[in-house]
Design a protein around this ligand. Structure first.
Ligand SMILES: Cc1cc2nc3c(=O)[nH]c(=O)nc-3n(C[C@H](O)[C@H](O)[C@H](O)COP(=O)(O)O)c2cc1C
Length: 221
């Protein structure tokens, strides 16, 4: 057992303990195991109760300049899926009046996939106007990733989906979005029924460069 000197001298104290033994290894394993599982491959059960709360609470740990909480999430429970299905069909008709009944049915069907469905929303104006939409959207992305990683840690599959309906007036009206708000994407979470092979990831050297002391920017690090 380590002997702690007394009185305490801060410089003799050990460095802060890691979050957990091999926290970096655990984080890497979690991050690397997340992959998109499309909503059609997500079945019941989905997270509920304490598990769902843990996923939702993970968003609050996102970096948030000015602590504006410029994002929010709207759950779409089973009882509300028909309203969303109607909006998906209406949004399709609005952008393509020639859409067939079969195409409308395909659009409707998407509202019923995945046991847990949330809409992610960002607010461009709330709070400090100096914090622009790009910063707010980065914060929203971090919040979303925290949620996806928590869902992955709990053993669930997850996906983000977007699509033209996100901008439709009918969808904005259904979710009662303020004029300053944008619908970013849907988040689906559920039990993995099937999955594709994990995709190859780009090497960091392909997307990282280094600023040199004389203003040159060289690929790599
Ligand atoms: C904001 C956002 C919206 C997305 N929307 C869709 C979508 O509409 N349909 C889809 O198949 N994938 C969508 N994706 C998921 C990406 O296609 C997916 O992340 C990508 O294929 C990489 O797969 P991975 O998540 O397994 O790394 C979206 C991703 C993001 C970040």
């Amino acid at each position: 057992m380590a002997v702690i000197p007394w009185p305490l001298n801060p410089s003799s104290l050990p460095a802060a303990a890691p979050v957990a033994d091999d926290a970096a290894g655990m984080a890497a394993a979690l991050i690397h195991s997340r992959q998109t599982i499309l909503p059609k491959r997500l079945g019941s059960p989905g997270p509920a109760g304490a598990e769902l709360l843990q996923i939702l609470q993970a968003a609050a740990h996102a970096p948030d300049h000015g602590q504006l909480v410029p994002w929010r999430f709207i759950l779409v429970p089973e009882a509300s899926r028909k309203a969303l299905a109607d909006v998906f069909a209406q949004a399709l008709r609005e952008r393509d009046p020639a859409a067939t009944p079969q195409q409308a049915e395909q659009a409707r069907e998407k509202a019923y996939r995945s046991p847990v469905l949330l809409l992610a929303v960002v607010d461009a104006e709330r709070g400090d106007a100096d914090i622009d939409l790009a910063e707010r959207t980065v914060s929203a992305g971090c919040a979303v990733q925290n949620m996806l990683l928590m869902a992955t840690a709990q053993g669930y599959g997850s996906a983000l989906t977007s699509g033209k309906a996100l901008k439709a007036d009918s969808l904005r009206a259904l979710f009662q979005l303020a004029p300053s708000e944008q619908a970013l994407c849907f988040i689906s979470i559920g039990t993995v029924q099937s999955r594709k092979a994990a995709r190859a990831r780009p090497a960091a050297s392909t997307y990282v460069s280094t600023l040199g002391p004389h203003g040159d920017v060289a690929p790599g690090f």
